[in-house]
Design a protein around this ligand. Sequence first.
Ligand SMILES: [Fe+2]
Ligand SMILES: [Fe+2]
Length: 299
Amino acid sequence: MLINHRFANGTKLPLGTTRMRIAHISDIHVGLPPDGMKSLVDKRILGTLNFLLRRRRKIHLDWLAGAVDRLQALQPDWIVCTGDLTSVSSPLEFALAEGFMAPLLELCPERFLYVPGNHDVYVSDRRCEKALAHAFSYLNSQRWDLTDLPVEFSHGETRFFVVQECLPTNWFLSSGRVPEEAVDTLLGWLDQPRQPGEKRVLVGHFPLLDGHGRALGRRRRLANAEGLRQALADGRLDVSLCGHIHSPFTRREESGSLEVCAGALTVAGKINLVEIAPNEGNVSQTWFDISDPRIAEGV
Ligand SMILES: [Fe+2]
Ligand SMILES: [Fe+2]
């Protein structure tokens, strides 16, 4: 029996899809000069200086037009963005980022998925939180509020688990944490028996491990994620899609499960394409390079 699937708002997606193409991007990191005095006296001043003095030179927002063309050619069923749209989560940055994402939403109407990165949840500031809430709702086609996460839904045989892992941290941390309740909910879902052909995809900002299977440094890692790491290692999860680390990587677990960090789209220029063929049991992965559109490197 195929999975019935409805979003919280009642959107129903077609049943019986046998092949799923997920295009995955991350970490575009738009940045702008400080907006207001308040942003000069908290962690935003550090993030803004980091952007203006260091990161801005590496970021190619001009590559985003090429990303739209490439994604159009790939004709994905879903486009997934795993966070860090902004540098310091300011309302102006979110507005700019939403503008960059708008053509991608048009490519995949109702099939664009966004989770926040730690830079999108940078400080406890009401205006920033409101801007994030707007971006989250807009980019996810008003399916959920941020407080609804974690959520799960199925499209054909592919079952998505969407998790919010970010919270404001002190000046020296870029770490995240899966809330206790979210861990319980996610592991409860992962312990359920699979529907025939079901493939399971986790969508979050932080890699569970690095490209070599090692824990990330304490300042950058995802806390409270042991259960999810185990689920990927033992095959209860088939795919983990993430960003945060700006160099893209793919890691296969011994179980065959896959973790793909898309890296920073505007720095590394990579689009991750994951194709799932449930009936054949295959999950394949391909990189597409928008910094040089002639390259398509299979992994
Ligand atoms: Fe990040
Ligand atoms: Fe990032």
